[in-house]
Ligand binder design. Structure first.
Ligand SMILES: *[C@@H]1O[C@H](CO)[C@@H](O)[C@H](O)[C@H]1NC(C)=O
Ligand SMILES: *[C@@H]1O[C@H](CO)[C@@H](O)[C@H](O)[C@H]1NC(C)=O
Ligand SMILES: *[C@@H]1O[C@H](CO)[C@@H](O)[C@H](O)[C@H]1NC(C)=O
Ligand SMILES: *[C@@H]1O[C@H](CO)[C@@H](O)[C@H](O)[C@H]1NC(C)=O
Ligand SMILES: *[C@@H]1O[C@H](CO)[C@@H](O)[C@H](O)[C@H]1NC(C)=O
Ligand SMILES: *[C@@H]1O[C@H](CO)[C@@H](O)[C@H](O)[C@H]1NC(C)=O
Ligand SMILES: *[C@@H]1O[C@H](CO)[C@@H](O)[C@H](O)[C@H]1NC(C)=O
Ligand SMILES: *[C@@H]1O[C@H](CO)[C@@H](O)[C@H](O)[C@H]1NC(C)=O
Ligand SMILES: *[C@@H]1O[C@H](CO)[C@@H](O)[C@H](O)[C@H]1NC(C)=O
Ligand SMILES: *[C@@H]1O[C@H](CO)[C@@H](O)[C@H](O)[C@H]1NC(C)=O
Length: 498
């Protein structure tokens, strides 16, 4: 194993499981996630030309699924390790919480046999049952497990390691270590072998031995946004473990705006040609596919302002043509405005001076909504008026707003602007109406046409000489939809659009 940072190439989750090639980053041509959907805590091995991974299943039965692949790209579920009630009679009666059950499996191959160790958490860690299942045929039935009481040492996330002298070590969250008799489940008292790099919740340990070193790979930082992977090594499996030369965290997407977040809880394995691979869990943030970094300039641009404020250097706007007389356009916005200048939304855009925006920004509203978000409907051109309805009093307005913004043709001369909570489409209210006149050549000599799109701006951020908006006020858009409904082919004559 090399002390280099890893190139992320493959991904699995809570999860998505991710895998990466440790040694050949230049050939990173695989798509992540490798196991899309709920596949937390992947643990993988490579045996005789086939990769196998086990993932968490918590309280689901059958549980502890195993996936197989020859190429790390095409995966097939081949088994469930826990598939018969008699493997653990009546254990289901001891769980009430969805976070109980089997999590963080450890899949290993030793001397012609497959082993899987995992704890079964009963009633949210009040009782933790250690288990080792085994089989010679990974496609066939797995054994009734040997068990032990892992409650006293809170020994979740156990890992099995066979040392050269035949001793078998069980290393668990903490990071603690015990010896185990895999035929009986008898374990020794636990000793602390590493506390991690200082981040919260050192857990998910795995031990690998290479060139006389024992490598201890762990997850840290909690399974949420601070999740990370760190490593230490020792000549003695019992420690002390050192991090000299290690670039910890070895892998994390914490404090980044990467699409894949919470990357952690990794396992390493080697293929036939000796290449090392890694697999980790990850989650996809918000379900949004488009993050829009706000521009200092807004859609109007500050006339006579700097290039940045005027929009010469670009405006954060993505649009498409309004190509039907009657249409329906919507996008879901996920946005947490933090300053009074921050704003994001949808727009009907014709020129800088002619656009109609339905956006979200902070307002200094009266209690209890002081400083909470508000919808705004703006027409840059007051030639025609824009009506506006305040949002319903019962809409949650603190923190992140998740709102579906919409513009549609009420008829061929009027735009209608509905909005609803993403969590509750029936909360739909019509925020207002605006005349199509605002975005026509009748007001101007412009030869352009109407665009429908999304925007994000900090309206100059109320600051001098800024080159970009302050960090953090990103807008996330998803579920972009445009439906063309009808074309007006002569005054008052419509054809339904295909
Ligand atoms: C990467 O892929 C190219 C093209 O298949 C191959 O020639 C090269 O040897 C590969 N490099 C490594 C390090 O595997
Ligand atoms: C293991 O721990 C138990 C309980 O703390 C203690 O009574 C026992 O002496 C310990 N055994 C050894 C070998 O240290
Ligand atoms: C980890 O921290 C605990 C509690 O402070 C301490 O008892 C233990 O010795 C530490 N372990 C190591 C390996 O430093
Ligand atoms: C490894 O460490 C353990 C615990 O400190 C110690 O008992 C043992 O002798 C060490 N082994 C070697 C080979 O140094
Ligand atoms: C992310 O930033 C926070 C705050 O600065 C810091 O405490 C944390 O360690 C960082 N996470 C990583 C993985 O570096
Ligand atoms: C809102 O306005 C009130 C009265 O004008 C002021 O006292 C308060 O500080 C303002 N709140 C914020 C968050 O700016
Ligand atoms: C309306 O738009 C026209 C054309 O761009 C512009 O000349 C006029 O100043 C605008 N009126 C207002 C009130 O913004
Ligand atoms: C278009 O719709 C608006 C809003 O419903 C309505 O006020 C207006 O009268 C309608 N115009 C025509 C020509 O139907
Ligand atoms: C656009 O941004 C400028 C600052 O660059 C600001 O003065 C202006 O009020 C903003 N326009 C709108 C419509 O918010
Ligand atoms: C902004 O930049 C200009 C030109 O570089 C400079 O003269 C001015 O003092 C700066 N203003 C602030 C508030 O830093």
């Amino acid at each position: 194993m090399m002390w280099t940072s890893f190139a992320l190439v493959l991904l699995a989750n809570c999860g998505v499981s991710q895998a990466w090639d440790v040694t050949s980053p230049e050939n990173s041509t695989y798509y992540n996630p490798i196991l899309p959907g709920w596949h937390s805590d992947p643990s993988c091995i490579h045996v005789k030309g086939t990769f196998y991974c086990a993932t968490s299943s918590f309280t689901a039965f059958p549980g502890l699924p195993i996936y197989a692949s020859k190429d790390l790209i095409n995966w097939k579920q081949i088994n469930n390790i826990w598939n018969r009630m008699e493997q653990l009679p009546a254990i289901n009666r001891k769980t009430h919480d969805q976070q109980d059950g089997f999590f963080a499996p450890n899949l290993r191959y030793h001397d012609g046999e497959f082993f899987m160790t995992c704890v079964y958490a009963q009633d949210r860690l009040i009782g933790i049952l250690g288990t080792v299942f085994r089989t010679k045929d990974i496609f066939g039935e797995w054994s009734v497990p040997v068990t032990w009481d892992a409650t006293p040492s809170l020994a979740i996330d156990p890992d099995l390691f066979w040392d050269d002298d035949g001793m078998v070590y069980l290393t668990s969250a903490g990071i603690i270590q015990q010896t185990i008799n895999i035929n009986t489940g008898a374990v020794s008292n636990a000793t602390s072998i590493w506390n991690g790099t200082g981040a919260a919740f050192p857990e998910g340990p795995h031990i690998y031995k290479k060139d006389g070193w024992c490598y201890l790979l762990i997850a840290e930082g909690g399974t949420q946004l601070g999740h990370r992977i760190s490593i230490a090594r020792s000549k003695n499996i019992s420690g002390p473990y050192e991090t000299t030369g290690a670039r910890n965290p070895l892998l994390t997407n914490s404090n980044t705006t990467e699409y894949f977040q919470t990357v952690g809880h990794a396992d390493l394995f080697q293929d036939d040609v000796g290449s090392w691979w890694g697999v980790a869990l990850s989650t996809r943030s918000f379900g949004d596919t488009l993050q829009v970094v706000p521009s200092l300039a807004n859609l109007t641009g500050q006339q006579g302002g700097s290039d940045l404020l005027a929009g010469v250097d670009g405006v954060s706007f993505v649009g498409r043509r309004q190509s039907h007389t009657l249409f329906d356009f919507s996008a879901d916005l996920n946005f947490a405005p933090q300053s009074f200048e921050g704003e994001a939304g949808i727009t009907v855009f014709y020129t800088q001076m002619q656009h109609i925006d339905l956006g979200v920004g902070l307002v200094n509203d009266t209690a209890p909504h002081e400083g909470s978000w508000q919808l705004l409907l703006r027409s840059t051109n007051q030639t025609s008026t824009v009506s506006f309805t305040p949002i319903p009093a019962d809409w949650p307005r603190d923190g992140v707003c998740r709102i579906r913004l919409r513009v549609q043709s009420a008829n061929d001369t009027t735009y209608r602007f509905p909005a609803s909570l993403v969590s509750n489409p029936s909360s739909l209210v019509i925020m207002g109406y605006a005349s199509t006149e605002v975005v026509t050549a009748e007001l101007t000599n412009s030869g352009s046409g109407s665009l429908l799109g999304i925007y994000s701006t900090c309206n100059g951020a109320n600051g001098d000489n800024l080159t970009q908006c302050p960090n953090g006020e990103y807008a996330y858009f998803s579920r972009w939809r445009y439906s063309g409904l009808a074309q007006e082919i002569a005054d008052g004559e419509f054809v339904i659009s295909m």
